[in-house]
Design a protein around this ligand. Structure first.
Ligand code: XMP
Length: 519
C-alpha cells in the first residue's frame, strides 16, 4: 500500500508514557501511530510500511509468562529500530542477548549517562557536557548484549544505558528520552528520525489537503450532518468537511438553554457569517429546561440531557431529509487502544455526554477527519483554517453545559445568575492575562443561600463558587494559584455586578480527589 506520509510505527508495550513518544515525534513533523504489541503482526507491518519502528517501555518483565513480544518480522524490515527501556530488554532478548532480573539494582528517577563511544549518529550533539541527565525507571536490566551490539553510554546502575548495532541501525536505550526529565531527549528522537530518512513531511498544510481528499473519497455525493457544539474539535471538523464537500454538509447547533452568556449568538454568527456554513440553530431550551425541572440528581441530569440531545438532533436531521454520514471530532487519544496490563473495566465516575449513540440508532456512517490528531494539532489545523485565535484557545466546555455547574435543582433564575457571574470571572481572568495559563476556569452556583449585609440591609442570596485548574489532559488537575489580590478583586466585582450573589468561594480541590466539574 502507498501512503501519503512517511510513517513511523510505535509498538506499545504498555508504558504510561507511550503517548509522549508520539508527541515528541509529531513535534518533529514525523507522522507516527501507536499500536499495541499484540495487534502488530507480519501482515500489519507490510501494510503499515514503516520507515522506522520504536519499541515503547512497559511494565512487564521478559521473564514473565506470555511476556509481550514484537513480531519476529520486525527485525527483517531493514528499517531502523529504537528500543526504550522494556523495548531495549525485549530487543536484546529477541536478538540473542541476555536480560537479568533486577535484584537490588533497580533504578528509578534521575541518572547521568556518560559516553562510552560517541561515534554514533544517534548521539550527534548529545553529550555536550560530557554527561547527560536522563530519566530511568526499570527493575530488570540487560546483562549481555546481542551479537552486533556495542555499548555507547553507561550510567552507574545501567552499564548498557545506550547500546546499538550501527550496521543494522538498531538502537536501544535503558532510559526514557520522551519524558521531560530527560532534557535532551528530543534531540535523540531528532537524530533517530534523521538517520531513518524522515524529511519532516507531516505539516498541517499537507494534512489539510490529504484530509479533504479523503473526505471527498469517503462521502462522494452523499450528505453529511454534524452536531456543532462550538467546541474546537467539532468546529474544526465541520470547517474541514465544509471545505471538502460544501453544501452537502449541514450542521445542527442544539441550544439546550445551558450555554454561557451570549455563547449561542457568537457561535452561530461566526459559522454563518465568517464561514458561510449551512447551520441550523435549534433553540430547544424550553424542552431541555422543562425536562430538567425538579431534577437534582447529577446522573439523572446527565442522562436526561444526553437522551434529549439525541432526540432533538434526530428530529432536525429528519427535517432536512436525513443524511448518510455523521461527522464527529474524534481525536487520536480517543482511538489509541490501550494495552491492558491489569485488565478489568474501570468504574464509571460520570456518564459523559456525547453523540456516541447516534450512528447506530440512525444507521449512519462516521466521518472523523481528526482521528489522527492530538488536541494541539487540532488547534494548529484550526489556525490553518482561519479560526480566530480567541476561539481556538477557548477552555473546554462540557456537553451538559451549565447544568453540571449548578448542583442541585436547575432554575432559570439560577442559570441567569450563573451566566453573569461566569462572564465577570472570565473577564477578570482575561484582563489579568491569565486565560492561557489555565486549563479551564468557570463559576458555579451553589445550592445554598447565605446571609450577608450590603449597604445597611440584610441580604439572603446564593453562594457562588469559582474554579480554575491546570491540567494536561483533564484526567488529573490542580487548582490554579491565583493571588489574594486577584481573588478579592474578583469576589468584589461579582458581588457588585451580579445581583443574587452575596458570597464567593474559591475551590482549592485537586483532581483527584475532586473532579473538574461539580457534577
Ligand atoms: P471531570 O469533571 O470529569 O471533567 O473532571 C474532565 C473534563 O471533561 C469535561 N467534561 C465533559 N466534556 N461531555 C464533555 O464533552 C461531558 O459530559 C463532560 N463532563 C465533563 C470537563 O469540562 C473537563 O474538561
Amino acid at each position: 500500500m502507498t501512503h501519503a506520509h512517511q510513517r513511523l510505527l510505535i509498538i506499545d508495550f504498555g508504558s504510561q508514557v507511550t503517548q509522549l513518544i508520539a508527541r515528541r515525534l509529531r513535534e518533529l513533523k514525523v507522522y507516527c501511530e501507536i499500536h499495541p504489541f499484540n495487534r502488530v503482526d507480519d501482515a500489519f507491518l507490510k501494510d503499515f510500511a514503516p520507515r522506522a519502528v520504536i519499541f515503547s517501555g512497559g511494565p512487564a518483565s521478559v521473564f514473565a509468562e506470555g511476556a509481550p513480544m514484537p513480531p519476529a518480522a520486525v527485525f527483517d524490515l531493514g528499517v531502523p529500530i529504537l528500543g526504550i527501556c522494556y523495548g531495549q530488554q525485549v530487543m536484546m532478548h529477541c536478538l540473542g542477548g541476555k536480560v537479568e532480573r533486577g535484584h537490588g539494582t533497580a533504578e528509578f528517577g534521575r541518572a547521568y549517562v556518560t559516553p562510552a563511544d560517541e561515534r554514533l549518529p544517534l548521539l550527534d550533539g548529545w553529550f555536550a557536557e560530557g554527561r547527560e541527565q536522563v530519566w530511568m525507571s526499570h527493575g530488570d536490566h540487560v546483562s549481555k548484549l546481542a551479537p552486533g551490539f556495542e555499548v555507547y553510554g553507561t550510567s552507574p546502575n545501567a552499564p548498557f544505558a545506550i547500546t546499538a548495532d550501527p550496521a543494522r541501525r538498531f538502537y536501544a536505550v535503558q532510559f526514557h528520552p520522551e519524558v521531560h526529565h530527560t532534557p535532551k531527549g528530543a534531540k535523540l528522537y531528532e537524530n533517530f528520525v534523521r538517520l531513518a530518512g524522515f524529511t519532516g513531511d507531516w505539516t498541517m498544510g499537507a494534512y489539510r489537503e490529504d484530509a479533504i481528499e479523503k473526505i471527498r473519497a469517503q462521502v462522494g455525493t452523499k450528505r453529511v450532518i454534524c452536531a456543532l457544539s462550538g467546541g474546537v474539535d467539532s468546529s474544526v471538523a465541520a470547517i474541514l468537511i465544509h471545505e471538502a464537500i460544501g453544501a452537502q454538509l449541514t450542521c445542527v447547533f442544539v441550544d439546550h438553554g445551558l450555554l454561557r452568556l451570549n455563547e449561542a449568538e457568537e457561535v452561530v454568527s461566526m459559522f454563518r457569517e465568517h464561514y458561510n456554513l449551512p447551520l441550523i440553530h435549534a433553540d430547544e431550551s424550553a424542552l431541555f429546561l422543562g425536562a430538567l425541572e425538579g431534577v437534582s440528581d447529577p446522573e439523572t441530569k446527565r442522562k436526561t440531557i444526553g437522551r434529549l440531545f439525541i432526540e432533538t438532533f434526530e428530529k432536525h436531521a429528519k427535517e432536512i431529509g436525513g443524511a448518510e454520514f455523521l461527522a464527529q471530532g474524534t481525536l487520536y487519544p480517543d482511538v489509541i487502544e490501550s494495552v491492558s496490563v491489569s485488565g478489568g473495566p474501570s468504574v464509571t465516575i460520570k456518564s459523559h455526554h456525547n453523540v456516541g449513540g447516534l450512528p447506530e440508532k440512525m444507521g449512519m456512517k462516521l466521518v472523523e477527519p481528526l482521528r489522527e490528531l492530538f488536541k494541539d494539532e487540532v488547534r494548529a489545523l484550526g489556525r490553518e483554517l482561519g479560526l480566530p485565535e480567541r476561539f481556538i484557545r477557548r477552555h473546554p466546555f462540557p456537553g451538559p453545559g451549565l447544568a453540571i455547574r449548578c448542583p442541585g435543582e436547575i432554575t432559570r433564575e439560577k442559570l441567569d445568575i450563573l451566566r453573569r457571574a461566569d462572564a465577570v470571572y472570565i473577564d477578570q481572568i482575561r484582563r489579568h492575562g491569565l486565560y492561557d495559563s489555565i486549563w479551564q476556569a468557570f463559576a458555579a452556583i451553589l445550592p445554598v443561600k447565605t446571609v450577608g449585609v450590603m449597604g445597611d440591609g440584610r441580604t439572603y442570596d446564593y453562594a457562588c463558587a469559582l474554579r480554575a485548574v491546570t491540567s494536561v489532559d483533564g484526567m488529573t488537575a490542580d487548582y490554579y494559584p491565583f493571588t489574594h489580590d486577584f481573588l478579592s478583586e474578583t469576589a468584589t466585582r461579582i458581588i457588585n455586578e451580579v445581583q443574587g450573589v452575596n458570597r464567593v468561594f474559591y475551590d482549592v480541590t485537586s483532581k483527584p480527589p475532586g473532579t473538574i466539574e461539580m457534577e
